[in-house]
Design a protein around this ligand. Structure first.
Ligand SMILES: NC(=O)C1=CN([C@@H]2O[C@H](COP(=O)(O)OP(=O)(O)OC[C@H]3O[C@@H](n4cnc5c(N)ncnc54)[C@H](OP(=O)(O)O)[C@@H]3O)[C@@H](O)[C@H]2O)C=CC1
Ligand SMILES: CC(C)(CO)C(=O)C(=O)O
Length: 329
């Protein structure tokens, strides 16, 4: 059997995953189509996409959501803010029963896709690393790990074709593990610094550690299982993040291969004056806390501050002390 894969949302993640999957899909006689905006696709028509120095295999590039009609699997890689439109496009163009794989951060997007596309399988996926554009057709990845997805005949076909993908029967613990890693996004966004610069400073790391410690307490109270995603186990991370700068640099930063200009995707949105995914990230911790009666003042403060900064002409530049003050209430 051979299949046609569509990636809906040609941004940092969609293009990186497209670059990883294109050659294995083509080698099995399949096709891969990236659906996105012309401003992103035009440079890729002029110069093939390169991710980590490797040139991507053949892929079709289009702005037309009508291309979904040919897909046997649709991987969604837009921001959560675009999900309503994407669900309408899938409902209008995709064939009945074609599965949708969510590559978005957070747990809420999968819930929304399952509610909005109830007539087709929606598979959870998780991208553990950071990807940034280093040129119009060049991507840089930082951080370890493999993309994870729920097991399904189409995701099994992808792995058999050689696409780098780990399959699981239940992605819940992995999604909850990734959510802990994502809590850095709001701190990074509010600092106004690159992720690399922000992580060099203990004050910001203490804010991030407080958000993770609170989330761990909420998971415990709610009985939620999680797995380690990223370089360090979340419980150890809380202590490691609080270490002095010189020790953190030796233990973590030196091994991370972080691009000095890298930003979390939440920080890129805020810096570009766009709405962010903070409600699906820190907001999810607040929702779980509210449901089990566990207070979440740290994550609630981060949600409030990020919302306050959205749509402002200038990106915020909170000092670490100011953020520590805000989360202390
Ligand atoms: N970047 C990263 O390192 C990581 C990101 N993630 C998650 O992956 C998801 C995608 O993030 P990322 O790649 O950074 O986001 P990007 O903003 O880089 O990419 C999304 C792209 O999809 C486009 N788009 C939106 N709606 C549509 C549509 N209906 N049809 C076609 N294209 C559309 C957007 O255009 P426009 O801007 O015009 O809306 C944008 O170009 C997010 O949930 C993020 O949290 C997960 C792990 C790491
Ligand atoms: C950096 C990372 C891996 C964790 O927040 C990420 O998922 C993002 O940029 O959104």
């Amino acid at each position: 059997m051979t299949y046609s894969i569509a990636i809906l949302g040609a941004g940092a993640i969609g293009c990186y995953i497209g670059a990883q999957w294109a050659a294995p899909v083509a080698a099995r006689g399949g096709t891969l189509t990236l659906i996105g905006r012309e401003r992103v696709l035009a440079p890729l028509r002029a110069q093939p996409l390169r991710a980590e120095g490797v040139t991507a295999g053949p892929m079709a590039l289009t702005e037309d959501p009508g291309a979904l009609a040919r897909a046997d699997l649709i991987a969604v890689s837009v921001k959560a803010q675009a999900l309503d439109t994407v669900m309408e496009q899938i409902a209008r163009h995709a064939r009945p029963g074609v599965p949708v794989l969510s590559l978005l951060n957070g747990i809420e997007p999968v819930r929304r896709l399952r509610a909005g596309l109830a007539d087709r399988p929606v598979l959870a996926g998780m991208v553990p690393f950071n990807v940034v554009w280093t040129g119009p057709s060049e991507l840089h990845r930082s951080g370890p790990g493999e993309v994870a997805a729920e097991r399904h005949p189409l995701t099994t076909w992808l792995t058999e074709a050689g696409a780098p993908l780990e399959l699981h029967d239940d992605l819940g613990p992995i999604q909850h593990g990734k959510l802990l890693l994502n809590l850095v996004g709001a701190v990074n966004a509010l600092s106004g610094l690159s992720l690399y610069e922000m992580l060099q400073r203990r004050g910001y790391r203490r804010v991030y550690a407080a958000a993770v410690a609170e989330a761990l307490a909420v998971y415990r109270a709610a009985g939620i299982a999680f797995e380690k995603v990223g370089p360090t186990s979340p419980r150890l991370a809380v202590s490691v993040l609080r270490a002095p700068d010189w020790l953190f640099r030796q233990l973590v930063l030196k091994r991370q291969n972080l691009d000095p200009k890298s930003m979390t995707s939440l920080a890129s949105d805020l810096a570009a004056g766009r709405q962010t995914e903070v409600d699906t990230i820190n907001g999810e911790i607040c929702r779980i806390g509210a449901a089990c009666g566990h207070p979440t003042p740290v994550n609630a403060a981060l949600v409030r501050l990020v919302h306050g900064a959205e749509g402002q002409a200038e990106a915020p530049a909170y000092t670490a002390d100011a953020l520590l003050h805000e989360i202390a209430g």
